[in-house]
Ligand binder design. Structure first.
Ligand code: SER
Length: 315
């Protein structure tokens, strides 16, 4: 069944911008309301400024538009969060609580909350991290996402709020630039290959992380939100596996297309964050419950990223 009206927070972010456009394509621009704290990036749907710390404004927007599906995307990511932990906690936690409280008050049918691989830390099998692994995150961002998942589960159990969530790996797309994350290098490297022929990588060459092409991440999000409620057994957040690679492996896949491309490795504080995260997740719950299947591998992603960035530069 199609939702009547969809509202998103954090619409101007890396995933937000692409998701807004995908939802417009699927449900029509009259049914999508994009919000963010920053200016309208030029969406074809209705756009409103909304600070997720302003609960009254959030309730008003949900009521005014009789919102059915609510995607609460706004958050401060891992690397930026470490620069200002209390601000990251406030935006990520108060923002989520405002979203959950407002969703109950406004009788929203479904809520989406993006969680992350950053919820994991010590005590997990990093090479194949189980759905129900212990969560001992090392970053403020990870702590806020681990707590957030549990708040989602609480609202489902206590208020029957239909909250759905994914633990996104690093998301790689050509449409938007990420900001403030540890996995951002895997987007920047494609631009560097084309624009400079050289890349300074802030992670070590052999540091594997779970990643996913934007097309797969958006499809996963919409598939989860459209899944039949009775099929969903996980109300904290679903593990999601796409592609695992190291900086050296993505560099080599790009070098096939740009033989003169060079790279230097200069690990900084983000290396410690990356070291605390898994390299691959067991996503059998997502596969079993709602049929998750990734479509992109490293080579296919590199081809698409490269041609899309080249095409953008010609325009
Ligand atoms: N991409 C995020 C980050 O690097 C992880 O969820 O912070």
């Amino acid at each position: 069944m199609s939702p009547k009206k969809i509202l998103l927070t954090g619409s101007a972010g890396q995933i937000g911008q692409v998701l807004v456009n995908a939802l417009i394509d699927r449900y029509g621009r009259d049914n999508v309301i994009a919000t963010d704290i920053s200016n309208d990036p030029g969406f074809s749907c209705r756009y409103e400024k909304l600070n997720v710390l302003d609960k009254e404004g959030m309730v008003k927007a949900l009521k005014d538009h009789e919102v059915d599906h609510f995607y609460h995307l706004a958050a401060i990511l891992s690397a930026k969060g470490e620069q200002n932990p209390s601000q990251a906690w406030e935006v990520n936690m108060r923002g989520l609580l405002n979203a959950l409280e407002s969703a109950v008050e406004c009788k929203v049918n479904r809520v989406f909350f993006p969680s992350s691989i950053a919820v994991f830390g010590e005590g997990v099998d990093k090479t194949f991290t189980a759905q129900d692994s212990v969560l001992i995150p090392t970053s403020v961002y990870g702590i806020s996402k681990a707590a957030g998942e549990n708040w989602c589960n609480y609202y489902f159990e206590k208020y029957g709020l239909d909250v759905r969530s994914l633990r996104y790996p690093g998301v790689i797309g050509h449409q938007t630039m990420p900001g403030g994350g540890t996995t951002d290098y895997a987007v920047d490297i494609y631009y560097a290959a084309i624009e400079n022929g050289h890349f300074n990588c802030f992670l070590k060459k052999d540091s594997p992380l779970p990643m996913m092409y934007m097309g797969d991440a958006i499809r996963a999000t919409i598939e989860l939100m459209e899944a039949d409620k009775v099929r969903l057994n996980v109300r904290t957040s679903y593990n999601l596996q796409g592609i695992t690679f190291t900086p050296e492996e993505i560099y080599k896949s790009i070098k096939k297309l740009h033989p003169d491309f060079t790279i230097d490795y200069q690990p900084d504080f983000r290396q410690e964050i990356a070291d605390s995260w898994p390299s691959r997740l067991d996503d059998s719950s997502a596969r079993g419950d709602w049929g998750w299947q990734p479509e992109y591998d490293l080579e296919k992603m590199t081809e698409e990223m490269n041609s899309a960035i080249l095409a953008k530069q010609l325009n």
